[in-house]
Design a protein around this ligand. Structure first.
Ligand code: SF4
Length: 366
């Protein structure tokens, strides 16, 4: 694990979770690590990663996470891979799940790519546009089961690859970016001519396809999978899972998918098990109600955990949620509450940013 970021409330370990997929065993281990060494919570991020705060023994945490297969020996900082969270189970033009593990594996086999910025985002969009909404740097969107268009800096390139060649094309594009980047971190930081130069080096064939438009629909509640099993989608207050809830989630025994909207998807359940999971986990704080304001309201850590904050952002966000409780109409607009204009954890799409200072709340449309 890279040297963890230090914060006022202790060290912070960020565990990158390619495609947002965490196995039951990994989640169980994370819950134990959070209990033994952290503040007893797992924090979900806007890149579908998991953070543990308040760590005193960084060395011990690093060893435990490595042993659980959550931190590879190299490339840890650049394993930023977003994928359509429901792919292969509900909707989409293709099943991108196997491409996630292949991309992660082959990324680690290209030593030069370790030099990418930790902000560089790879993306695999199964055609519904949910990953494109994150404006990934090097990505592909599947227009059909066997054909995907390459996307650079969130821009459709008009270059298409066969599904078997997509992973190598995405990695080739990242290498072409690095060769031209001249210190810039993101594909969208390139000037037009340089970006055109990178696009010109892409493999694949030119073509056209319908543009992909994404409409955010919260993935909450009881969701039918195409194979007849059930996916349960939930959120937690402040995007923080208690270690106890994480342990119970791990005990379900199926893969959990974290989404960039900080949703928690429990996959591949029989109806009977799904029913039990609902009854056991809802009282523990997992919210399965699509009308809950927590499906639309998120926040940064704020004071006292962050030295830059002057306001207790979590409490303010909770008060906002409380004020909305019982409203007949669910909150439609996405809100993100922060303690300064760094706006950590902001969602990628359109949203309202509320900056809390000691004197006032400043509202900004993004
Ligand atoms: S947005 Fe500001 S106050 Fe909030 S966590 Fe980031 S740096 Fe701290």
């Amino acid at each position: 694990m890279r040297t963890p970021h230090s914060a006022r409330d202790g060290a912070l370990a960020r565990v990158r979770v390619p495609g947002g997929v965490v196995t039951a065993a990994q989640l169980t281990e994370l819950s134990h690590v959070a209990t033994e060494f952290g503040d007893g919570h797992l924090e979900l991020t806007s890149r579908a990663n998991i953070q543990i705060r308040g760590i005193a023994d960084v060395h011990a945490v690093s060893g435990r996470l490595s042993a659980a297969g959550l931190v590879p020996p190299t490339h840890e900082q650049v394993r930023n891979i977003a994928a359509s969270p429901q792919s292969g189970r509900i909707g989409g033009n293709a099943d991108v799940r196997e491409h996630v593990s292949r991309l992660d594996r082959e990324l680690q086999m290209r030593p030069g790519l370790e030099r990418l910025s930790g902000r560089f985002l790879f993306g695999l969009d199964d055609g519904r546009g949910d990953v494109l909404a994150l404006q990934p740097d090097s990505a592909a969107v599947w227009h059909s089961a066997d054909r995907a268009e390459l996307i650079l800096g969130g821009i459709a390139t008009g270059r298409f690859a066969h599904t078997d060649d997509v992973v190598s094309a995405i990695l080739d594009a990242a290498e072409a970016f690095l060769a031209a980047a001249d210190g810039r971190w993101r594909m969208r930081d390139l000037d037009h001519a340089t970006l055109e130069h990178v696009i010109g080096q892409l493999p694949g064939t030119s073509g056209s396809g319908e543009s992909v438009v994404y409409h955010r629909v919260p993935r909450i509640g009881w969701l039918e999978q195409s194979d007849g099993t059930v996916m349960l989608g939930g959120v937690v207050a402040h995007g923080r899972i208690t270690a106890q809830l994480a342990e119970f989630l791990g005990a379900v025994g199926t893969d959990i998918v974290i989404t960039p909207d900080r949703e928690i998807l429990i996959t591949d359940l029989s109806e009977g098990v799904a029913d039990t999971v609902l009854r056991v986990l809802a009282p523990m704080g997992l919210i399965f109600d699509a009308n809950s304001p927590w499906t639309h309201i998120s926040c940064c850590v704020g004071a006292p955990g962050c030295a830059k904050a002057t306001a207790d952002v979590r409490t303010l966000a909770a008060q906002r949620v409380h004020s909305l409780a019982g409203d007949a109409e669910p909150v439609a607009a996405r809100e993100h509450w922060v303690g300064c204009d760094r706006a950590c954890g902001s969602p990628a799409g359109t949203h309202t940013l509320i900056i809390a200072t000691p004197d006032e709340l400043v509202t900004v449309s993004k």
